[in-house]
Design a protein around this ligand. Structure first.
Ligand SMILES: Cc1cc2nc3c(=O)[nH]c(=O)nc-3n(C[C@H](O)[C@H](O)[C@H](O)COP(=O)(O)OP(=O)(O)OC[C@H]3O[C@@H](n4cnc5c(N)ncnc54)[C@H](O)[C@@H]3O)c2cc1C
Length: 453
């Protein structure tokens, strides 16, 4: 058997070949991609397991699918026939947490929320907070350049990665970046690897930037508007006010209706959109007051400002429960286009028009401060795959985003599902430059083939 060598090279229990056990490692959460059958799964516990697995894969020309927690939603971890799945989810050590340098050095399987929890013991926080923060790994966040609610203030994952240790397809270990805030030696390979979706190297260690954790509880503002356009205008006003919101989310009427049907949130028939803004830090109350004024001046019918920490969290629950409410409507293709913030109203209008034209329900929430919309295409739960009319509508949404100067994906990545549209965004020459980088680092093309690029 081709896998005998692999079993011999790694410690007992680190190579799985039983088909039933392997099936748990073959796909990600909502990708609708039918996975293939791997020849084996390596459950790495240390960097040398990753090195051994990749050397073996290179010798035997076996494709490798790196994976963290498998919470991705674009088919990035979908197995292909005969591949080796390389899980780093059990590499969970936080090797260093330095309050003075405000950095953490971690293995890739550390769960996002766990790092944040440990950082807070030192008065610090790990800022990137994808909604999946309680289950997704730092390695997966780095590979997808994950975003989250706090990104509007603290930036996406890339802004928090100072350096990486990574293993190339042939088993070579490289170190990129540094542990200083500044530094410009060499090409910026750290940034290149962030967002490369497991196609260039397997991340085995990350040096991450931490930030001071705000000492005061955050203050939340919730405002209801008659139209999405009014809410978007309030977003512009809040950004121009320069108070630096730590969260700025916009929820459309279709999503609010789904929430109301489920949890009876007392939705006013005249409400067309809700804006949720939050401020953190020592001047949170003053910043929230300015944001509330922006909403009132923008024509909000209701503006609520939290008075304590519990209320701040409660107002935010509407946003946190949005996807659960939408999932009650049927199967969901969760999309992720991003446009320049100024184009938010046009993009919302485009989504609504496309939904109507195709007769599809498309509730949409947006990380409004980042111009990042998540239109969710709902379809019949009994269907075995995403129906053509849903893809037709989604394709029109992608084109609309590109026409507005935007991108196919703000934070979820390309994975398997969006490769088809890659050329339209990148263009022939840029795509060729991307492929040249891929060939330089992975000449046999064994790292996550068919994904991202
Ligand atoms: C309920 C829910 C909410 C979500 N909310 C958000 C959100 O707010 N923002 C957001 O950005 N995403 C979100 N996601 C998507 C997903 O959680 C993120 O993409 C996350 O970063 C994936 O982490 P993971 O550990 O699950 O990675 P996986 O799903 O295991 O892998 C994702 C990709 O990274 C690659 N990869 C994983 N680990 C490594 C490694 N060590 N080295 C190299 N490549 C690797 C894989 O090959 C794959 O291509 C959400 C998903 C769910 C299910």
């Amino acid at each position: 058997m081709i896998t005998d060598d692999l079993v011999n090279e790694l410690q007992a229990g680190r190579v799985v070949t039983d088909p039933d056990q392997m099936s748990a490692y073959c796909n990600d959460e909502h990708s609708y991609v039918t996975p293939g059958q791997p020849c084996a799964v390596v459950v790495a516990r240390e960097r040398d397991d990753v090195v051994a697995a990749l050397r073996w894969a290179t010798r035997n020309r076996v494709p490798v699918i790196p994976r963290g927690a498998g919470t991705g939603i674009v088919g990035g971890t979908a197995a292909i026939d005969g591949c080796l799945v390389l899980s780093v989810a059990k590499m969970t050590a936080i090797r260093e947490l330095s309050a003075q340098d405000e950095i953490a050095v971690v293995e890739p399987g550390v769960i996002n929320a766990e790092l944040d929890k440990q950082a807070r013991k030192h008065g610090l926080m790990y800022a990137p907070d994808p909604s999946s923060y309680e289950t997704c790994t730092i390695g997966g966040n780095i590979a997808t350049n994950a975003g989250g609610l706090r990104c509007v203030k603290y930036g996406v994952t890339r802004e928090s990665v100072l350096g990486l240790e990574a293993v190339l397809a042939d088993g070579t270990v490289i170190r990129t970046g540094r542990r200083t805030i500044k530094g410009v030696v060499g090409y910026d390979l750290t940034s290149l690897l962030v967002g490369s979706e497991g196609t260039l190297a397997v991340v085995t260690e990350a040096t991450l930037r931490l930030r001071p954790a705000p000492k005061q509880p955050p203050v939340t503002v919730a405002a209801e508007f008659a139209t999405v356009r009014q809410a978007a205008e309030a977003v512009f006003a809040i950004v121009r006010s320069a108070v630096g919101p730590s969260l700025l989310e916009l929820i459309d009427r279709t999503t609010l209706k789904a929430l109301d049907d489920w949890r009876n949130i007392g939705l006013d028939p005249a409400t067309g959109a809700m804006l949720l803004a939050q401020a953190d830090g020592s001047d949170a109350a003053a910043a929230a007051a300015v944001m509330a004024e922006c909403c009132e001046a923008g024509g909000a019918s209701v503006v609520a400002v939290s008075e304590d920490e519990a209320e701040a969290a409660e107002l935010l629950n509407v946003r946190r429960a949005a996807f659960n409410a939408i999932e009650r409507l049927g199967s969901c293709l969760i999309e992720d286009v991003c446009v320049p913030r100024s184009q938010l109203p046009e993009m919302f209008d485009a989504v609504a028009g496309i939904a109507e034209k195709h007769g599809v329900t498309v509730p949409t929430v947006a990380h409004a401060g980042d111009g990042n919309l998540h239109p969710v295409f709902v379809f019949d739960r009994t269907l075995p795959r995403i129906p053509d009319e849903i893809w037709a509508a989604a394709e029109e949404v992608f084109r609309a985003a590109l026409a507005l100067g935007g991108t196919l994906t703000g934070e979820h990545g390309v994975g398997t599902l969006k490769r088809h549209w890659l050329g339209e965004e990148l263009g022939e020459q840029t795509l060729a430059a991307n492929l040249a980088i891929k060939r330089a680092l992975d000449p046999l093309g064994i790292l996550n083939p068919g994904k991202a690029i």
